[in-house]
Every structure is written in C-alpha cells, then in structure tokens.
Design a binder for this molecule. Structure first.
Ligand SMILES: [Zn+2]
Length: 110
C-alpha cells in the first residue's frame, strides 16, 4: 500500500497547465480516491458528477480515470439508496465467504 500513486487529472484545463479554479479540487478528488476502495471511489465520483449535472460523468471520468459507465452505475446505486451494497465494511467479519470470489452484481441495463 506504500506505493499509491495519485492520478493526475486529464481534464483539458489541468492538462493545459495553467491555473484554474478547480485544479486543487481535481487533485484532491484523486487524492481522496487513492485512499478509497473500488465501490467508494465509484460513489464519490458519482456524487461529484451529480453536483455538476449535465456532462458530469464525462468530466469525472477525465478527472478520475473511472469509466463513464462506472460513474453512471455509481449514481444509480446512490439513487437506489445503495440498496444491497455492503455497508461500511469491505468484508463482513466472520461471513466465511472464500476470498477472491466476485460478488454477482445485478444486471444493470442502459
Ligand atoms: Zn482537472
């Protein structure tokens, strides 16, 4: 876990190299995401996307490197009150499920 690299934002403003209002925000989004697990990253990106509204998924995809479909799925999960998603623990203690087995996801449709 020591060699976590923080993604640099790929949005056009950050790539252009000049200072802009959201540069620090974009950096801190990636900083935060580097400490979150996969589903938390998805939900946080979804939340930021919701704040932006139209075009949010595309922008968050550029910032975070998550796929737009991943962010959209995160928004759907938030809209569904994270129904069926694990709570604060990544693994339920004592659940006894063998590690490495992928949870089956509901078939999200476009
Ligand atoms: Zn940026």
């Amino acid at each position: 876990m020591a060699d976590i690299t923080i993604r640099s934002c790929q949005c056009s403003n950050c790539q252009a190299g000049h200072d802009h209002a959201d540069r620090q925000l974009h950096h801190q989004i990636n900083l935060l995401l580097s400490r979150l697990n996969e589903q938390q990253r998805r939900w946080f990106a979804a939340l930021e996307s919701n704040k932006i509204g139209y075009g949010g998924d595309t922008l968050l995809s550029l910032i975070t490197g998550l796929h737009v479909d991943t962010i959209r799925r995160g928004r759907e999960e938030l809209d569904a009150e994270l129904d069926g998603r694990p709570t604060d623990r990544i693994r339920n203690p004592g659940a006894g499920r063998p590690p490495g087995k992928k949870k089956t996801r509901p078939p999200w449709r476009t």
